[in-house]
Design a protein around this ligand. Structure first.
Ligand code: ARG
Length: 284
C-alpha cells in the first residue's frame, strides 16, 4: 500500500491591525438600497449590537486595536464603517455615497479622522464607497465598480493615495460591493504576491481573467459561501474572521494554513453587510 504523507500547511504569520468600527445602536432596515434589504422584515438593533460586539471582541482577542466612532441617529447603515474611508500609509481618502440615505455618514468619518490627528484627509469628488469597493493587497488597490463606486473614483484613488489601482467589474446585484465578493487573505511582501479569496461568478469575464492572472493561487469560493457573505471576511494574514455559515470556505482556508474564526452576523446581513463591512482598516 502506498502511503502519501500529507503536505504540512504553510505557517501563516499574522500582523497586528488597527480597525475603526461603529456600534449599531441605531441599526434598522427602513430603506432598501441593495437586494438584501427588506424593510418589511423585522430587525433587532439589540441583536445587531450583540453580534457586532462579539465581532469587535474577536478582533481584540486576536490582538488587534479597535477604535470606535459614535453612531448617529437616523443613519442606520453607519455600522458599515468600511464604506467611509480608505487609509493607506496614513493617507485618508474619505467617501461619497451613491445613496442619499447614507450621504451624511461621510462627514462624520471625515471629522473623526481630522480629530484623531490625520493630516492628509481628502474627500473624493466621485462616488466612492471606500473599502466597500477597495481592497489593498499590499501592492495594488483592487477596485470594484458596477453598482456603487464610480469607475472614475478608481483613477481618483490612484492619484490621491499614490498606489496602482486595478479596476474590476461586478455583475451580480447581490454582490454590489467588491468586499462582498473578494477579500485579501495575506498581503504581498517583497518576495511574495498577495493571496486573496473570491467568488468568480460575481465578476465580469474580463475581470475574472484579470484576477486569475494576478492571483493564480487564490482561494475560490462557491455560491453558498458567497451567499452567506463568506467573502466579507477579515484576515490578519493568519486568522480569518468569517460568518458562521461559510463552512466550505473555512475548510479551504484551513487547508492553506489559515485559522478561521466564525461569527454570527445574521442580523447585520439583513442590511446587506458582514464582518468586513463593519470594519475599516487604518493602515499607518
Ligand atoms: N446597507 C448598506 C448599503 O447597502 C450595507 C453596506 C455594506 N457594506 C459593505 N462594505 N459591503 O450600503
Amino acid at each position: 500500500m502506498e502511503v502519501v504523507a500529507p503536505v504540512p500547511p504553510v505557517t501563516r504569520v499574522p500582523t497586528t491591525r488597527r480597525y475603526l468600527m461603529c456600534p449599531p445602536r441605531y441599526f434598522a432596515v427602513n430603506y432598501s438600497i441593495n437586494p438584501w434589504m427588506d424593510p418589511s422584515q423585522p430587525v433587532s438593533a439589540e441583536r445587531a449590537l450583540a453580534q457586532w460586539t462579539e465581532l469587535r471582541d474577536t478582533y481584540r482577542r486576536l490582538g488587534h486595536t479597535v477604535e470606535e466612532i459614535e453612531p448617529r441617529p437616523g443613519l442606520p447603515d453607519m455600522v458599515f464603517a468600511a464604506n467611509s474611508g480608505t487609509v493607506i500609509d496614513g493617507r485618508v481618502l474619505g467617501s461619497r455615497f451613491r445613496a442619499e440615505q447614507r450621504a451624511a455618514e461621510a462627514e462624520h468619518f471625515r471629522r473623526w479622522f481630522v480629530e484623531h490627528g490625520y493630516r492628509d484627509v481628502v474627500m473624493p469628488t466621485k462616488i466612492n464607497e471606500a473599502e466597500g469597493d477597495f481592497a489593498w493587497t499590499g501592492r495594488e488597490l483592487l477596485a470594484g465598480t458596477g453598482f456603487r463606486t464610480d469607475p472614475e473614483a478608481h483613477a481618483e484613488a490612484q492619484e490621491v493615495l499614490g498606489v496602482p489601482v486595478v479596476s474590476l467589474r461586478l455583475t451580480d446585484p447581490r454582490y454590489y460591493h467588491l468586499d462582498t465578493a473578494l477579500f485579501v487573505l495575506a498581503e504581498a511582501t517583497d518576495t511574495t504576491r498577495a493571496q486573496i479569496a473570491y467568488y468568480p461568478d460575481a465578476f465580469s469575464p474580463g475581470s475574472r481573467r484579470v484576477l486569475a492572472r494576478l492571483f493564480p493561487d487564490a482561494v475560490l469560493a462557491d455560491a453558498d459561501d458567497a451567499a452567506c457573505f463568506g467573502l466579507n471576511g477579515v484576515s490578519d494574514g493568519r486568522n480569518v474572521v468569517l460568518p458562521l455559515e461559510a463552512t466550505t470556505l473555512a475548510a479551504r482556508l484551513a487547508d492553506r494554513g489559515y485559522v478561521p474564526y466564525h461569527v454570527d452576523i445574521s442580523e447585520l446581513r439583513k442590511a446587506g453587510g458582514g464582518p468586513k463591512c463593519c470594519t475599516l482598516e487604518i493602515r499607518k
